[in-house]
Design a protein around this ligand. Sequence first.
Ligand SMILES: C[S@@+](CC[C@H](N)C(=O)[O-])C[C@H]1O[C@@H](n2cnc3c(N)ncnc32)[C@H](O)[C@@H]1O
Length: 397
Amino acid sequence: MSDSTVPDEASTSEKLSIESTKVALKQRASGSQDNNETPNKKEREEHSRVVAAHYNHLEEKGLEERYNSPIFYMRNFNNWVKSVLIQEYTDKIRDKDYGRRIRVLDICCGKGGDLSKWQKARVDRVIFADIAEVSVQQCKKRYEDLQRRCGRLFTAEFIAADCTKDTLRDKYTDPSINFDLVSCQFGFHYCFESLAQARRMLSNISECLKPDGHFFGTLPDAYEIVSRAQKSPDWSFGNRIFNIKLLFDPKDGYPIFGGKYDFNLEGVVNCPEFLVNFDVLEKLALEYGLELVYKARFSDFFKDHSGKYKQLLQRIKCFESYPAPPGQKLMGEESEYEHAKLFLESKDKIDHDRIGTMSQCEWEVATIYMAFAFKKFKGTMDANGKTVYKKPATISK
Ligand SMILES: C[S@@+](CC[C@H](N)C(=O)[O-])C[C@H]1O[C@@H](n2cnc3c(N)ncnc32)[C@H](O)[C@@H]1O
């Protein structure tokens, strides 16, 4: 197997619907930023508890269970995206200043799914923070195990905190720490429950980030979710491995904050999440000195990076072989591999008797997500000694 292919991009009608969704979301975004549809304080506390309890109770899966999971390849693909982001943004630092000590905040770190990625990127210090206490303990334990196994490892700190409500700086051992990078993987959308929570999250992200430092991450793409949901009478969509249902009626408009939906993914996530209106995020981030420098749906991210990071795609098994090798079974039904079949039929059989791919069902979940990166610019002090950020005319990526 020498090559890979994935199911087709959104059809033109889907793209049009994404465009009209953008317009709808933009129209809402030009109104007031917070609104009376956002959940009240009691509901917000309830959500935080539900989210923390959900992640605290997620069991760690053994290797065999992970291998047999119907989202095995999609999870590996998600890890590929995270690895590429980490590699790209640590490389940017080293391209400018090779010997620099790299300090990182991994916000919404979970059980430390990115520990070994930080190790491979040879960073020097990582602060891990998450609302779910049990996950933070597991993250610390995994760090200690890794340290025993590999000897030299970055130094670390572990903080259990609601990053949308608490001030993280108050909890650092050294509150004067400056980060080169802040990473938020698959967790930022929880702060879009309310304007106040989005602000606190952005403040935590930006406060200790150095000028020229990057904040990057991954999150569900609201435009993608809304455009797919719009096609169904009950605002839900999915397939055999996932289901998303909007928990508000879009006929009444899209709330900018508190746009709640349920995301049910084979034992991985099943708690309320919130749509992130990216136009609003982009504007709000500027107030915290963060300018958007990169944004791509996962399908485009794959196109942008699969050439440079092809070996990594193969090493961490992001794709299965189609047709299945003798004695092995495909992850999905044969009908979920039409794209791979067509690809092979269109190629010279001598070069391509087998292709690396993902089932249509897994790809439909993978392409819900997007990757993004912001760059911090310098602020100035106002008369009250408060740092204010004014967007520079140009910013290099
Ligand atoms: C899908 S997991 C991602 C974990 C990790 N970043 C990864 O990529 O493996 C989302 C994480 O966000 C965390 N989270 C949700 N709301 C949070 C909040 N308000 N403050 C801090 N962490 C939060 C959850 O506890 C969970 O660990």
